[in-house]
Design a protein around this ligand. Sequence first.
Ligand SMILES: Cc1cc2nc3c(=O)[nH]c(=O)nc-3n(C[C@H](O)[C@H](O)[C@H](O)COP(=O)(O)OP(=O)(O)OC[C@H]3O[C@@H](n4cnc5c(N)ncnc54)[C@H](O)[C@@H]3O)c2cc1C
Length: 637
Amino acid sequence: MELNSKSPDGPIETRWERHRFHLKLVNPANKRKYTIIMVGSGLAGGSAAATLGELGYNVKCFCFQDSPRRAHSIAAQGGINAAKNYHNDGDSIYRLFYDTVKGGDFRARESNVYRLADISVDIIDQCVAQGVPFAREYSGYLDNRSFGGAQVSRTFYARGQTGQQLLLGAYQALERQVGNGTVTMYPRTEMLDLIVIDGRARGIVTRNLVTGKIESHMADAVVLGTGGYGNVFYLSTNAKGSNATAIWRAHKRGALFANPCFTQIHPTCIPVSGEYQSKLTLMSESLRNDGRVWVPKQKGDKRDPAKIPEDERDYFLERKYPSFGNLVPRDVASRNAKMVCDEGRGVGETGLAVYLDFRDAIKRLGESTIKERYGNLFDMYERITGENPYRTPMRIYPAIHYTMGGLWVDYNLMSTIPGMYVIGEANFSDHGANRLGASALMQGLADGYFVLPNTIGDYLASEKFEKVDASHPAAREAEAKVNESVRRLLSAKGTRTVDSYHRELGKIMWEHCGMARNANGLKTALQQIPELREQFWRDVKVLGTGEELNQSLEKAGRVADFFELAELMCLDALERNESCGGHFREEYQTPDGEAARDDEHYAYVAAWEFAGAGKPPVLHKEPLTFEYVHPSQRSYK
Ligand SMILES: Cc1cc2nc3c(=O)[nH]c(=O)nc-3n(C[C@H](O)[C@H](O)[C@H](O)COP(=O)(O)OP(=O)(O)OC[C@H]3O[C@@H](n4cnc5c(N)ncnc54)[C@H](O)[C@@H]3O)c2cc1C
């Protein structure tokens, strides 16, 4: 299979503009003749559905929650990047582009990243026009703060609730279209398969999560904005419902899966506290603007942090990376936290934590300023741990947070299945091997408000669409497959809960494909996962029936997909014999423990093709070239 990225050439500053000019347009009066299925109503799907509805297309929008407002995007805390340069601190579109390519450890497409940086400024304008209440400074201008991997302040925020406020903006725009009749919402409806007719995506099979009804929905194009797959690790900062089912089932229908092993470990999460914990909580990266990360210099020092004098503390990020200090990118901060804990200098009962200390910031700025900036995060921390972070340093540890991998898309955001587009965290597009903080919201909204609404028209205007309905044999075949998998899960009648299997899978993944990986561990995982998967299908216990609200059944289907995806992730990690960004192979590191890339052999996107059940997947490579930001050893020192 030939992977054509459709990445334009010529000067990078004008690539998107020129590309857009050459895209075909659909006449305004013809738009209502086309139906587009949008799976997902988070920031990517919600913004895209609203914009496509506004343009006049007929949109059917699906989500598994009871309201689009509950999409996982609501959890985003810290902010959204944009190169507005309001602080006059040297920012520019080019600098955001540069930081993102470098931050991604030179494993992203330059054309995509430049477009993202370029569009970032329009996103803020659009959201302000919608009434999103971004924080402002005394002059009335929007305020900014800093995030990792940047030496400028370009992150726009609404306290620690930026995702919620942005989602309310997109939701209002979406509901307006629902009111206008251009968008029909299908909440509590889960996509369980993709319908492909004559090689093109023409519909989806869904299960109504309240009644259990399985049915087909047909369209002229299908868009997936279904979020990330971090929950394959069981414990993550993602919403419990986040899953890979839509993208995985589309993968099995022919969509290539790109860089599945590129997962992001976030350095500042509340540490795991017990065996039965089912969720981890993020403490936003924005806290590293004012919080200082440290551990005791002495191994096994269990003193109360307040009793550890200044000269016995190791502010290890400030010491090792003086230029970026506590705001090094996430992969670097996470690895260093692991390193000091592995040395026996971790804090708290388990020794798997480091301090994030606000003592100095409170002294300098006063408690009320810190409260104003991060109050809701401090409250959340206190509710979970019982400790007051204004008085005693937070304890934090890295945890799974985001997935840079996802379905492969070209510059138009189209997957390898014609007519199927993938947006937001569900695609692999812009972050390379490590996403910089505050850039997921930027990408989701760039895709949804600005890119897809332009590119999808080109496809619709270029193709002829015969009318198809749910009686089409391809729809019937997909429905039968979904029915069969539901039946199989319900009839296993085994002894172990879905969660117990998921937890065990998560442990394998964290141990062998987590913050650090090596060939032996990955080979072990590749042996253990199929064994556990086989046991799951034989011995899983799914209570209830298929004709009612049945969350155990929902979870079972998602965990079954996680089992298959987990194997592909390990295979991808094993195949990539280098370290880059969030993919840290212990065999490949520089003498001072940094990631050692191998640009000669691995400067490509690894795009995997499903070759059929029981057959090894086929690897395709999209070479990456760098004309503007030349690959070098990333340094934040
Ligand atoms: C705790 C936390 C804090 C974060 N903070 C920030 C931040 O400050 N800044 C930043 O840039 N990024 C942040 N991120 C990352 C960012 O929130 C996500 O990457 C982003 O919101 C993903 O948006 P999305 O629209 O792609 O997917 P989601 O918001 O996950 O939406 C997915 C949608 O798809 C639907 N869906 C999924 N599968 C199916 C299916 N099979 N059938 C039907 N519907 C389906 C869901 O119902 C939902 O509507 C944070 C992430 C976490 C976990």
